[in-house]
Design a protein around this ligand. Structure first.
Ligand SMILES: *Cc1c(COP(=O)(O)O)cnc(C)c1O
Length: 352
């Protein structure tokens, strides 16, 4: 006899992590920031390292205070997590269990189905539109009395599209006030124009929780730190679904240092956004129909069954990217990789 897993857990397909870089190649598979950490971040981590015999302070109060000032919200409206993906999981588990449904766009972040299923709830995936963007009308139509949560990802991982402010307003007006809406803004800092203000929207909608991370634009992926902004009662439920003291003191110190040096951080973000726009223009000029990217990655559409050929193309161009059945997500990384990305995109397009 073997140990019996809960049936919904046994049925979950494994999460595909981005592959490592080939020798002398570029790892463009996890939307990481190619810049090394700021000197101030390294110093803060080193300073904090001398105290790692102690547990961190519960709830990371210093980081919460720094974020409250940064965002202009109450400290009680912020929950710190060991990455915003963890917070998404906690929120989903807090509101949705067996018999409940969670609605999100597809394709979107591939951790969503995992979190919904491990909580025992049922994923309801609403196809993105012909422009690879969320179809918010169809998502609102998919809400039933079983729906406990909806996830909106903007910019959307992996297609890079954003939701329109007016469309999001109309959508929020249609979602019942007892249904949680999670606005996943993991890449919001890379949106240089037409960004929706999730924090302002949150003030008007108690059922909205905004999720952000230090992993991408702030370049702290290895430390695991993110945050949620929302109704304190909702955040309390999510907090109960997490493990106490799982936000490390190193991660909090690094995030505080990154916030304190926001000018340097944002200068890098501007560089990456400009690089992304130029890269997109080159790919489109080469005849590959790639949706306009708003995160730090581009989405090259493909057809099911081409995965192996695509892995070969990427390897020949010395890049690793994340390959899905219907497209390839390639991160904006070292500028030297851009020529390889354009060449790979053209070759992938030629498979169609
Ligand atoms: C990267 C990412 C996150 C969060 O990542 P963490 O490292 O867990 O903070 C959340 N949502 C999306 C869509 C992402 O791509």
């Amino acid at each position: 006899m073997t140990v019996r897993l809960r049936p919904e857990i046994a049925a979950v397909p494994p999460y595909q992590q981005g592959r490592p870089a080939p020798q002398g190649g570029y790892k463009l598979s996890s939307n990481e920031n190619p810049f090394p950490p700021l000197p101030a971040v390294v110093e803060a981590v080193q300073r904090e390292a001398l105290r790692v015999n102690r547990y961190p302070r519960p709830g990371a109060p210093e980081l919460r205070a720094a974020l409250a000032t940064e965002l202009g919200v109450d400290e009680g409206s912020i929950l710190i997590g060991d990455g915003s993906a963890t917070l998404l999981q906690q929120l989903i588990h807090a509101v949705a269990g067996p018999g409940d449904e969670v609605v999100y766009a597809w394709r979107s972040f591939d951790a969503y189905p995992l979190f919904v299923r491990t909580g025992g709830a049922t994923p309801i995936e609403v196809p993105v539109d012909a422009e690879h963007a969320h179809d918010l009308d169809a998502m609102a139509d998919a809400i039933t009395e079983r729906t406990r949560a909806v996830i909106v990802c903007s910019p959307n991982n992996p297609t890079g599209t954003i939701v329109d402010a007016a469309a999001l307003d109309a959508f929020l007006a249609r979602v019942p006030s007892d249904v949680l809406v999670m606005l996943d803004e993991a890449y919001i800092e890379f949106v240089q124009d037409s960004a929706i203000d999730g924090i302002a929207l949150q003030r008007e909608h108690a059922n909205l929780v905004v999720l952000r991370t230090f992993s991408k634009a702030h370049g702290l992926a290895g430390l695991r730190v993110g945050y949620a902004v929302g109704d304190p009662a909702v955040l309390r439920g999510a907090d109960l679904c997490g493990v106490p003291l799982s936000q490390t003191s190193l991660a909090s110190a690094a995030a505080i240092a990154a916030l304190a040096h926001r000018d340097e951080t944002y200068a890098r973000i501007e560089v990456l956004a400009a690089q992304r726009d130029a890269l997109w223009q080159r790919i489109v000029d080469a005849g590959v129909p790639v949706p306009r990217p708003f995160g730090n990655f581009v989405w090259v559409p493909s057809q099911p069954g081409q995965e192996e050929a695509i892995h070969d193309i990427l390897a020949a161009n010395r890049i690793v990217a994340k390959v899905f059945a219907d497209g390839v997500r390639i991160s904006v990384g070292e500028p030297e990789a851009d020529d390889h990305i354009v060449a790979a995109a053209v070759e992938i397009q030629a498979l169609q």
